[in-house]
Design a protein around this ligand. Sequence first.
Ligand SMILES: [Zn+2]
Length: 255
Amino acid sequence: MRRGTGHSGGYRRWELTKIRVMPVRKVAKIEYRPLILLHDAMRLILTDHPNKVDDDILRLCAQVCASSAPRWVQIVPRLGAIPNKCIFNAKHEEGEGRGICIVGWKVLTWPRVLAQFVGHALVVKGDRLTCVTPDTRGSNQLLFLRDDSIDFDSSDPMARMPTRYMPFDTDAAISRLIEVQEQIHSIKAAYPPTSVTIALSTAETWRIERFEAQIPEIIRDIALRKLQNDDRCVCDSGLSFGQCCRLAMLGRGRK
Ligand SMILES: [Zn+2]
């Protein structure tokens, strides 16, 4: 922790210290939201495409849909496809005769903590599955668990693809995080999914804010106990947890 020794070296070290503080502010920012909420805020920034299928993922997939196994699927966005409108995009593809629209779950994970199963539609032709919807994370593949039991009426404009969270183990804080996410989701789900943004009433916004205000502390609790230093940081900085928010989180705990 030597600062100011040498010229550029010392300065850079100081800069790094400053950068460490920023992601915590970013997490803390979840506590304040304007009246207009992004649909995408339902998505936990903590989950991402897994890079391999391990036993934990297989176990949760079997719990969600016992009759199928997860498969890697290439993402090849159809020209003009709309992000977050997978049913629309897949149905359009089907209409053009380039396959059949099927539904299932896109599997995202927060390693060591939980998996998020997001209802997703894609196209099957022969034995080949293809996702024709651009990925909001810019990935070119996703892990897909086919599940024909997902009931989704694509003709109903109010219909929404479901999301499920499954914990990797029985941890009280992880259960609490899932509960809070589901509460927030159920409030937002009452509003029509017409566009990227939805306008909520002030009362609903307050309810959501009360739930969201709990999230940073729950995440801090989970991260400090479950994450290892080289895991991806919870703030989505792309840095490892040990190099990013870990020290700042420990610092907050000492106050
Ligand atoms: Zn961080």
